[in-house]
Design a protein around this ligand. Sequence first.
Ligand code: NDP
Length: 344
Amino acid sequence: NKQLIFRDYVTGLPKESEMYVTTSTIKLKVPEGFHGVLVKNLYLSCDPFMPIRMSRVTVNGFSSYTPGAPLTGYGVAKVLDSRHPDYKAGDFVWGITGWEEYSLITPTEGLKSIEQGLKKIQHTDVPLSYYTGLLGMPGLTAYAGFYELCSPKKGEYVFVSAASGAVGQLVGQFAKLLGCYVVGSAGSKEKVDLLKNKLGYDDAFNYKVEHDLDAALKRYFPEGIDIYFDNVGGKTLDAVLLNMRVHGRIAVCGTISQYNVHQSEAVQNLACLLFKRIHMVGFAVLDHHHLYPKFIETVLPYIKEGKIVYVEDMVEGLERGPAALVGLFSGRNVGKQVVVVARE
Ligand code: NDP
């Protein structure tokens, strides 16, 4: 059983040199007395929250990592053997699994917390890898964050940062389906082209070449922004605050620009919240798992009709996992970053 291990707790951002692959032999059977399943991992999801779980500190229900154990995170797997009444060999599942070829898991249906829950995949007529992104945790994040927290209306002006990523690319498409005007920011020309030519954004810009983000936003939103879906925090948020419209909404989904700094950059323009009566709210997808059935019901038809597309960045093999995970924090991924362990 090939496994990807971290040498120690992670401080700051993870480095490739902190991870290594080991191989051991295991029996492909659920041991007696273990009321769970043995799965073969197929697709592993690289998510920005993962290093937070691997730090020494326990934050907000994320359990801390045990150095020497394989990394854990979301993934898609196939059940090989089961001693749990709800699962049988041959079932496809998604949820928290190990960064290894095979994992023994105690499933708790429903994904009640990040630590528990293996969902049976009911719809296998779409790419199974989608359950790491589009139909998994990032998809639900985009859905809950946009529809539930931003109160979007047709014709509104929407801005999305990290717009081509796992969450961002879907937020933009949801906003377009509703008839909003949507602009995204991303960190390269390739991503900007993707946003405009494949993901349906009305416009997009590369924030790395804009020296004055306030001026850039004024160019793209001469009438101001109604909704900001914030994936990055920091300077971008500060510039957005200056460009929000009265009664605008900001969903704080992530602050990836701040994950690598010892002290978060101060946001200077918070007074705009008051002057413009902005509703700004942070959220965690963990609180919105009850929406999953509704989300699937909404999104599956769009996928089948080709009204929603999804860009994935697949790397093959656990050995390439460290580079893929680390790459999230420099924007190396183009679309949802997935590590393929096996295809079936
Ligand atoms: P992405 O697929 O968007 O990958 C991360 C992207 O972040 C990179 O590709 C890069 O894109 C961008 N990025 C990296 N460093 C910086 C930086 N310093 N400044 C600006 N952008 C940066 O990841 P996800 O879609 O999975 O996650 C997006 C955000 O949503 C993250 O902040 C994540 O933590 C958060 N999140 C929150 C959840 C919740 O429950 N609230 C659940 C899931 C995710 P680029 O090249 O465009 O810079």
